[in-house]
Structures are given as structure tokens and as C-alpha cells.
Design a protein around this ligand. Structure first.
Ligand code: FDA
Length: 307
């Protein structure tokens, strides 16, 4: 019950202001966010890399309604790319971008987002790294996949995210299971209506397994974005049955969630990439993490109450 309420709150400016201003918020948010500055992100990459983990960096921001903010988002990623190249971290850290931070929701937003993300993908390729397009609300999926198709004409290594809770996703998995594609499979983190998405967790899990089978038996590079032990075990089983070795697929988890499991999979010889957000615009991201798990909300409320 709490999840949908939190996901609705994630879109409320009033609640955003109150939560962002609460003195205790930053310290609680630090569990899920590497820090506010680019230097914090670089330090996190070094720290995770030292423990055998790969990284995908997310400069926090989404739902931009001002064209100048979209330009700032582009510039933040260009700066990040420069630093990754200068520090020689391009082989350890890639980047995840949300097209809504690049202006996708503005009038003419599809073209704006494509124009802003293209130089980032070019710079990433020059720095020896890659970009993955995060997936947001279902209303943006067609536009995001169209941007992906355009980018992949010149940069076939550009990655996409597919969400198993959407009815359409099995079909999208089939379309994107070909040679050279990079697809991160997740369950999905937004509040979606029953006309487009499974509402029942079990249905979402079953759909995840169907999608896993398509991607793991396909010719692309599957990126398994989940903390769910059952999905991880099923992935390993599929890999064994279809002769996919570690390195021909990877696991991904979020910064601060199940860190011991992240480490365990690395110790078993798997490639594990940690999705690591940084920046000041953490509110929407943080609320989605609370919505995923009631225990996180209890932790946050206790901190707010000073207990
Ligand atoms: P599930 O929610 O069933 O959780 C399984 C177990 O994991 C829980 O029992 C708990 O132990 C642990 N866990 C899960 N979430 C937790 C949390 N917040 N705090 C503490 N423990 C938690 N979504 C999206 O819509 N678009 C996107 O682009 C992305 N990108 C993305 C990248 C990566 C690397 C990951 C791992 C996830 C995403 N997501 C996403 C989020 C995804 O859709 C989903 O909401 C979360 O991963 C939670 O689902 P699980 O598969 O982990 O399973």
C-alpha cells in the first residue's frame, strides 16, 4: 500500500521541498547516493573498483521543464566524461542517463533529448566508455527506444533498459536481443496503470523470467539489474544451460543495496556493476528506493524523528 503513495509523493513539488530541506535527509540519502559533487563520484568509482566492482554513474536529475536545465544536464555528463578519460577510468565506469533530464518532456523534446545526448555518447566513445539509456514512465518508452536506434547507428554499444512490468517488454526484448546489443533488464520502478503494466509482484517476476530467457538465449549482452536472489539464481542457471560464461553477461545492483551480495558475486567470478548516482537532485531517485521497500521508509522516518 505504501509503495504507490511514495511513488505519487515522488512527483510532488511540495513534498520534494519539505523532504529536501529536512536537516536529516542528506545523511539518510547518503546510503543510496555517492555524494553531491563529481569528485564524490570519482572517489566512489575508485573505491568500488578496488573491490572488483564495475560502475555505471548517474548524474541525478529528471523531469526537466526548463531548456537551460537540459543543457546543464548535458554539460554535467560531458564534464564527467572528461574526468573519466583523464583519470583513466573509462574501462571501469560507464554512464547511465535519463532522457527526461535531457529535455525529453519539453515541447519537441524527442529531438532536444537526442541532440543533447548525442555529444555525450560521442565523448563517451572517445573516452573508451559507454552510455546506457535509463527507462522512465511508459509514455516515454517509444521515444527512448527511437533515440536508442538512432544512437546505435553510429554507436552500437549504447545500452537500453527494459522493464519487465510492462506488457510490451517481451516483444521489446526480442527486438533487442540481437548481436551487439546491451540491455539492462529491470522489474520497473514507476507507478504504471493496469492498462500497460502488471500490478501483481508475482506477475512482474514471471515476466522478468520470460524476458531473462529471451535475453540470455539471444546474441546480445544481457545486464541483469536486480537484487532478487531468485532472479540471480535463475540467471546463473540459464547461463550454465546456454553456455554463457561470466563476462558474456553481467549483474547490476544499485549503490548501497545488498553490498555483501555484490561482493559475493564478484568473488564467484561474476562481473557486477554498481549503479552509482551522484548530484544534488536526489529526491525522485530516493523516493523510488523508499517505495521499493517499506523497511527503508521506516529507517527514514526514524531518522526524521531523531530516533
Ligand atoms: P525486488 O523489488 O523484488 O527486491 C528483491 C530484494 O532486493 C528485496 O527483498 C530486498 O532484499 C532487496 N531490495 C530491493 N530494492 C531495495 C531497496 N530499495 N532497498 C533495500 N533493499 C532492496 N527501474 C526503472 O524503472 N528504470 C531504470 O532505468 C532502472 N535502472 C536500474 C538499474 C539498476 C542497476 C537496478 C538494480 C535497478 C534499476 N531500476 C530501474 C529499478 C528496478 O526497476 C527495481 O525497482 C529495483 O531494482 C527493485 O527490484 P528488484 O529486481 O531488486 O526486486
Amino acid at each position: 500500500m505504501l509503495g504507490p503513495v511514495l511513488l505519487a509523493a515522488a512527483r510532488s513539488d511540495g513534498i520534494r521541498r519539505a523532504v529536501s530541506a529536512a536537516p536529516v535527509s542528506r545523511q539518510v540519502v547518503a546510503r543510496f547516493v555517492a555524494g553531491e559533487e563529481l569528485g564524490d563520484a570519482v572517489a566512489a568509482v575508485r573505491d568500488l573498483a578496488a573491490r572488483g566492482l564495475d560502475v555505471t554513474l548517474d548524474h541525478l536529475g529528471e523531469d526537466v521543464t526548463d531548456p537551460r536545465e537540459a543543457l546543464r544536464a548535458r554539460d554535467a555528463y560531458l564534464e564527467l566524461t572528461e574526468v573519466l578519460a583523464a583519470e583513466g577510468l573509462g574501462d571501469r565506469a560507464e554512464m547511465s542517463v535519463k532522457l527526461s533530464a535531457f529535455g525529453q518532456a519539453l515541447p519537441g523534446g524527442h529531438d532536444i533529448a537526442l541532440a543533447h545526448v548525442t555529444p555525450v555518447v560521442e565523448a563517451a566513445a572517445a573516452a573508451g566508455t559507454t552510455v546506457t539509456l535509463d527507462m522512465e514512465e511508459h509514455t516515454t518508452v517509444d521515444s527512448t527506444l527511437a533515440v536508442l536506434r538512432t544512437l546505435r547507428e553510429r554507436f552500437p554499444q549504447t545500452g537500453a533498459v527494459l522493464q519487465s512490468y510492462l506488457f510490451r517488454t517481451e516483444e521489446d526484448c526480442r527486438d533487442l536481443a540481437g548481436e551487439g546489443s546491451r540491455v539492462r533488464l529491470v522489474k520497473g520502478a514507476y507507478k504504471e496503470p493496469p492498462v500497460v503494466a502488471f500490478q501483481d509482484r508475482l506477475e512482474v517476476d514471471r515476466a522478468y523470467v520470460r524476458c531473462l530467457k529471451i535475453l540470455m538465449t539471444g546474441r546480445g549482452y544481457p545486464m541483469i539489474g536486480t537484487h532478487d536472489p531468485r532472479m540471480i539464481a535463475i540467471t546463473q542457471d540459464l547461463a550454465r544451460r546456454h553456455g554463457r560464461k561470466p563476462g558474456e553477461y553481467e549483474f547490476q545492483m544499485l549503490y548501497g543495496i545488498r553490498p555483501q551480495e555484490q561482493q559475493r558475486l564478484v568473488a564467484e567470478g561474476h562481473r557486477m556493476r554498481v549503479y552509482t548516482p551522484y548530484g544534488t537532485d536526489w529526491y525522485g531517485y530516493f523516493m523510488r528506493r523508499l517505495a521499493e521497500r517499506p523497511a527503508n521508509t521506516a529507517f527514514f522516518l526514524r531518522a526524521l524523528a531523531g530516533r
